[in-house]
Write a protein that binds this ligand. Structure first.
Ligand SMILES: Cc1cc2nc3c(=O)[nH]c(=O)nc-3n(C[C@H](O)[C@H](O)[C@H](O)COP(=O)(O)OP(=O)(O)OC[C@H]3O[C@@H](n4cnc5c(N)ncnc54)[C@H](O)[C@@H]3O)c2cc1C
Length: 463
């Protein structure tokens, strides 16, 4: 809730509308309910306004007004925050969704991208030049939140995290300054925004490195899921050439058109494979996965890279709960636990997502960016997706118990998949000296913690 009386909030939002070319959407607008909606369902917070600036100068005005008026600020790019951080009760949602400019330099293989772009939009646009930057597994995720937390996707083993291709950024800080940030200018801030999330300011533009990538051998492979097939899949994924990154969702098979009816509801490995290299090498790299068991469906084929992001239903808003972890082993006990836990859940959709890491991601020194868990061999996410909010307690208990078994005492986490799990858990994303270094950068650029609706790193207290 804002500390301001409502007539002052109204004054602030009408001041904003007068000062901006961008839209200021308030509760009286017909679009208000759609504008405050985020990806995950079950959030009824009502901001005083959703503001859609058109450039960095307008973002700076919104930041300044929120700070001066004492209004809580939620920053949103694609709205996919797992912890539901991109909406506020009574404050301002700074929605970058109108800022989608992309300026590609095909000679230098770089692109300046405004942060309202989604991963899918960016990927489709750069494909026109036969070039790509790696993001995550879902086209509708915003490049804003994904990049600031790290970015783990289909090119992670070949080209590293998304931040490993981040060359510079334009950042609006809490005092309303628009900064150019790179290895030479504000180097500590540049280090911090590569993994430290939205703690330090509003990123309005990113400069990315692009890689030559036209076609990939990629797509879905469905295999029956047993403890042995899961273990075999992980072993093959770890042994595969770095061109191949995989995301394996162990889950009950959905009644999709390409899944034979007898498998609907049965436990399967629904994996997406992406080989970012020559087609023949890709076919060779995929062959061992096809040999694990007779595939239930095999949609892996040479395709233009953006096809890896199929069209999505904008009105899909799941109710879900999840846990994330980074671990070094998923052994036979773990693959057995995966099958047992998935069989025991009553959620209509439940999943254990297994990602084998390594390759280019692991070669960047831990201290080079704020994403320090470089050496982790696997990322595992477990989730329950369900219809009725009153079931939440049951599914919460299930994900929590499931994650504890797989984690096996290992506390490491990737910040972008954390839910609202408390500060101790945020710290586990930032091991060793990383946390203190981030807190020092926070003190310098956001001493009053204006940007606190995030996986928060409070400013280091003055000594
Ligand atoms: C379906 C789904 C699939 C996903 N897949 C992957 C994946 O494959 N790989 C992966 O790495 N992650 C993945 N994620 C996690 C994702 O990276 C994070 O949820 C990320 O924060 C979403 O970014 P967003 O811009 O869409 O979200 P938003 O909700 O808009 O933003 C999330 C938070 O990021 C900060 N933020 C966003 N934009 C800015 C900005 N421009 N400036 C400053 N702060 C900002 C804010 O703190 C905000 O609260 C997935 C999430 C979902 C829901």
């Amino acid at each position: 809730m804002s500390a301001l009386p409502s007539h002052l909030i109204a004054t602030s939002t009408s001041e904003l509308q007068a000062a901006l070319r961008g839209r200021v959407i308030t509760p009286d607008d017909a679009e208000y309910d759609r504008a405050r909606t985020v990806f995950y369902a079950g959030d009824d917070r009502r901001p005083a306004a959703v503001v859609r600036p058109t450039d960095a100068a307008e973002v700076a005005r919104v930041v300044t007004l929120a700070r001066e008026a004492g209004l809580e600020l939620a920053v949103r790019s694609g709205g996919h925050s797992v912890a539901r951080h991109s909406v506020t009760e009574g404050g301002i949602v700074l929605d970058l969704g109108a800022m989608k400019a992309l300026d590609v330099d095909p000679q230098r293989r770089t692109a300046w991208a405004q942060t309202g772009l989604t991963a899918g939009e960016y990927t489709t646009a750069t494909h026109a030049y036969g070039l790509a930057t790696g993001f995550g597994d879902t086209g509708s995720v915003g490049i804003g939140g994904l990049t600031l937390g790290g970015g783990i996707g289909y090119l992670v083993r070949k080209h590293g995290l998304t931040i490993d291709d981040l060359l510079a950024a334009e950042v609006v800080t809490a005092d309303g300054q628009v900064l150019h940030v790179d290895a030479e200018h504000h180097p500590e801030l540049f280090w911090a925004i590569r993994g430290g999330g939205g703690n330090f300011g509003v990123a309005t533009r990113f400069k990315f490195r692009l890689h030559q990538l036209d076609q990939v051998v990629g797509g879905l492979l469905l295999l029956p899921a047993t403890p042995d097939t899961i273990a075999a899949f992980l072993a093959e994924a770890a042994a595969a050439p770095e061109e191949l990154s995989t995301i394996a969702n162990v889950m009950p098979a959905l009644p999709l058109p390409f899944v034979p009816a007898e498998h609907h509801g049965q436990l399967v490995i629904m994996a997406t494979l992406v080989h970012a290299g020559a087609v023949e090498a890709g076919q060779r790299a995929v062959a061992p996965f096809r040999a694990i068991a007779t595939p239930i469906a095999d949609l892996v084929h040479p395709m233009p890279y953006p096809e890896i992001y199929p069209p999505e239903d904008e009105d899909f808003h799941p109710t879900a709960t999840s846990r994330t972890m980074l671990v070094d082993a998923v052994d036979h006990d773990a693959t057995e636990a995966i099958v047992e836990h998935l069989a025991a859940s009553t959620a209509p959709l439940r999943v254990a997502q297994l990602r084998v890491l390594g390759g280019a991601m692991a070669r960047v020194p831990a201290e080079a960016t704020a994403f320090a868990h470089r050496a982790s061999r696997f990322m595992v996410n477990v989730a329950a997706v369900y219809g009725r909010p009153e079931e939440t307690a049951v599914h919460e208990a299930w994900v929590s118990d499931f994650a504890a078994v797989l984690r096996n005492g290992d506390a490491r986490a990737y910040v972008n998949f954390l839910g609202d799990e408390g500060q101790a858990r945020v710290r586990e994303a930032y091991p060793g000296s990383t946390w203190a270094r981030l807190a020092a950068v926070k003190r310098r650029y956001d001493p009053t913690n204006l940007f606190h609706l995030n996986q928060n790193i409070p400013p280091m207290s003055p000594r």
